[in-house]
Design a protein around this ligand. Structure first.
Ligand SMILES: [Zn+2]
Length: 196
């Protein structure tokens, strides 16, 4: 029931915040929030590693390009000519199935936060697809060379045939790889809710 209501909200507010039914948060969580926020701003290492790998392969991209239809959101790594958007999702903030561990204190709030992040991701993907972009999502724990290889293939295929949409190319591609780099718990590519 809550899930259905959530999806309805997502559909109704494409340009604003994705979810409005934020559970109450109790004071003691503030310190944890501050710690997470600091990590969120600092830890862009997985994204930098991917960018380095893409650059090494001769690919040129832009960073922090605005999402069409929502100026408050940005694409992590954007190939504007090929219209390929790449996101490196933080394992904690985006609920990685392998690494997300929910804090014990205020667990309801944290669950809500991660779910609303994921809903926002889906909404971002939809906005991009509607504007003709292909979306690639990688987890921060994934091997940057594996991710870069898949991005390279997609970018080249879209430049070669930009007007040939297929289901495979327009659906969000979640990178799948068995090779996992060393995991850093609670690192992130997102910001805390204060700004969103
Ligand atoms: Zn992970």
């Amino acid at each position: 029931m809550a899930h259905l209501r959530h999806r309805k909200l997502v559909r109704e507010c494409c340009t604003g915040s994705v979810s409005k039914n934020e559970p109450a948060r109790i004071r003691p969580d503030e310190e944890l929030s501050r710690r997470m926020s600091r990590r969120a701003r600092k830890d862009t290492a997985p994204e930098l590693a991917l960018r380095h790998e893409l650059h090494r392969r001769g690919l040129r991209y832009r960073v922090q390009v605005k999402v069409p239809g929502n100026n408050r959101r940005t694409i992590d790594v954007a190939f504007t000519r090929a219209k390929v958007a790449v996101f490196v999702d933080g394992c904690f903030w985006h609920g990685c199935p392998n690494h997300h561990v929910q804090p014990l204190a205020n667990s309801e709030w944290w669950q809500w936060k991660v779910e609303s992040n994921r809903a926002r991701d889906r909404d971002t993907d939809r906005l991009l697809r509607d504007a003709g972009w292909s979306v690639v999502r990688a987890w921060e724990h994934q091997d940057p060379s594996v991710v870069a290889g898949q991005v390279e293939t997609l970018v080249h295929s879209k430049i070669a045939a930009p007007t040939e949409p297929t289901d495979k190319r327009t659906a969000t591609q979640r990178i799948t790889s068995r090779k996992v780099t060393e995991h850093k718990q609670l690192s992130s590519g997102d910001s805390l809710p204060s700004g969103e």
